[in-house]
Design a protein around this ligand. Sequence first.
Ligand code: ZN
Length: 257
Amino acid sequence: MTKEFFLSINIVSRSAWGAKPWNGTPDTVPLSERTEYFVHYDGGDPVSRTGSSVPQAIERTHRAQGWSGIGYNFAIDQNGVIYEGRGWTLQGAHCPDHNRSGIGVQIAIGGDQAPSEAALRSARALYNEACRRTGRSLAKKGHKDGFATECPGPRLYSWVKAGMPVSGTGIDNGDTPFPGRGAFVLGKTHPAVTALGKRLVAHGFGRFYKEGPGPRFTEADRSATAAFQRAQGWSGSDTDGYPGPTTWSRLMAPAGR
Ligand SMILES: [Zn+2]
């Protein structure tokens, strides 16, 4: 993951958005307990608020429910601004049984309102930062993966299920897991072959493709992969053009670092 990408994260602190003092301080959770990243929305009604009124409105609602304050770890408005709620260290109140393991993030939209690209980018950047801090690949989840609810609504849920892609960052396939060597057999199709080809193109090896990339593993894929492997400084059988786990993880990393 690129440095630039992490630098794009700017979190508005609780004091900066005017949070009320905790009404009973929530428990702390060590980063070692965090294994999941939960995406939420605001509910059935579209949201037109942006700015500090976003976390303030959530805080009002959650305090009225008797909670100590805003229940999400973070909230994100449609301008892509991230607001601190429970932050990295405090237990959330956003999804029963997942409030310690899960980092809960609300994107401030409702109904079938479309999330802005800026909001999605920030949510993904925050996810990457959470993975960096915890040292693991957090499971990407929508609220409904942990609880019977409509949240986070159809649009955000399908975005989460697609792997939380964002355009223009080079991390569209950020952490697609290695599918196994059996996915790459000359002449055979596998969905991971398309992902492979797209990442090879992103890393500058598109010249091997006269068409595609597509789901069939062809000589173009093999040649492009071999060139990518040589570009890692490898030699011999490490440059056979068939991706293994190391090739895969290097491909999934952002290009151009
Ligand atoms: Zn929710």
